[in-house]
Design a protein around this ligand. Structure first.
Ligand code: NI
Length: 138
């Protein structure tokens, strides 16, 4: 673990009370853990905003009976220039498939790829989660 530095912050008492309630519900054992996670989340957003190399997981639910959709999804992945590292597919029911695509690349390209997939007709729902180790992923 990196060397820890103690620091102090000033907050309104109501804000701190609400914060303690929320992090308690989320299972944090102390404020430091919660604040560290908030800071890391901010830093990951910053990296994504600067078009740095990130890891993205795109979760989609789609109707595999939609004509040509399965082919379009596969074509898009083959055209993604190796950014798609792995996929997991679950046949949810007679009509619906769930797929998770794990990707790595510059955030701009990953977002554009995800937008292209999410806007296909027959893709019913989906979400891109961008993450990073906080170090340079290149
Ligand atoms: Ni399926």
């Amino acid at each position: 673990m990196d060397h820890l530095i103690r620091t102090g912050i000033s907050l309104e008492d109501e804000l701190l009370k609400t914060f303690d309630e929320v992090i308690g519900r989320k299972g944090y054992r102390n404020r430091s853990e919660a604040i560290r996670d908030l800071i890391r989340d901010l830093l990951v957003s910053e990296e994504a905003d600067k078009n740095k190399v990130i890891v993205g997981t795109l979760t989609i639910v789609y109707d595999h009976h939609r004509p040509n959709l399965t082919e379009k999804l596969i074509d898009a992945q083959h055209r993604a220039g190796g950014r798609v590292l792995a996929t997991t597919h679950v046949h949810l029911d007679h009509h619906n498939c769930l797929e998770v695509l794990i990707m790595k690349g510059r955030s701009g390209a990953i977002r554009a790829f995800a937008d292209g997939i999410l806007s296909l007709r027959g893709v019913k729902h989906g979400r891109l989660v961008i993450t990073s180790t906080g170090k340079d992923l290149q």
